[in-house]
Every structure is written in C-alpha cells, then in structure tokens.
Design a protein. Structure first.
Length: 149
C-alpha cells in the first residue's frame, strides 16, 4: 500500500510540474505572481544578477515606493529583483538618482511562459537627501519617475 501511494504521489508530482511549464496549446501564457516588496539597496552595485531595465513594462511612485511591473520569460523557477542606487546624485533639477534594476534567477527555470511580476521598492532611504523631489532613472529603461519625500 505504501509503495502504491508513493507511485501515485510521484506520478501526480511529475504531471503537475510538467503542466506548470507547458501550455496545453503550446502557446506562451502570461502568469501573474503576487506583489513583492523589496528594499532599495544603496552602495556598490552588485556583481550578481542580470541588468533588467528592459523588463520594465510600467512604473509609478506610490506612497513612497517605486512600483514596477516587470515581464520576462520563466514560470517554473524562483526569481528575485533588486534595485540599486550608488548614493551619488546627478546635478539636475530636480536632482537625479540613477539606479540599476537586476533580475536574479535563484533556481533553474527552463520554462518559457511570460511572467508578470509587480515589485515595490521602498524609497525611504532617499528621504534623507534633503531634496524636495528626486528624479529617478533606471539603466536601460526609458521611463522616468519623480519621488517626493
């Protein structure tokens, strides 16, 4: 009986995992994921992850957070995102805060679904700058955002 239960469990697990990565019609499917909250990383920019500015579909500053809608291939693995600011402001009006978004695949993901992920980055570290407003730009992304601490 234990052997039969184990075989059934393994069979269902394989079936569920294979369906998770494939669309029944062979088409790309957009998969929505829960909103992620992440801190703004300050200091040196990372040596990990891939630059991900081109993944941004839309963005806005809402209640002190930079909210970005990202889109990229995947569907079976875990993904993480980081927004980096060196701490150096650009002398513009308003002052600029150039940033870099990275995408890190924390597990193997061989799937080809389209993942839509909303990530909120806390901008409160910029609130100590002494500026009334800060222009935010992200490497390899055309959008610009204004943060008012």
């Amino acid at each position: 009986m234990k052997k039969l239960s184990l075989i059934v469990f393994l069979g269902l697990s394989v079936a569920l995992l294979s369906n998770k990565c494939q669309n029944q019609d062979g088409q790309t499917v957009a998969t929505e994921r829960p909103i992620l909250d992440r801190p703004l990383s300050t200091g040196r920019q990372p040596q990990i992850g891939r630059e991900a500015g081109k993944m941004i579909q839309s963005g806005a500053v809402v209640e002190g957070k930079l909210v970005l809608e990202l889109e990229h291939p995947g569907g079976c693995g875990e993904h993480d995102y980081h927004l980096y600011f060196s701490g150096a402001y650009v002398k513009t009006l308003p002052p600029g805060a150039p940033m870099m978004l990275t995408h890190e695949q924390t597990t193997d993901d061989t799937c080809s679904q389209t993942i839509r992920q909303v990530v909120r980055f806390d901008l409160s570290p910029l609130g100590n700058s002494g500026y009334d407003s800060i222009w935010i730009s992200i490497q390899n992304h055309e959008g610009e955002y204004v943060f008012r601490p």
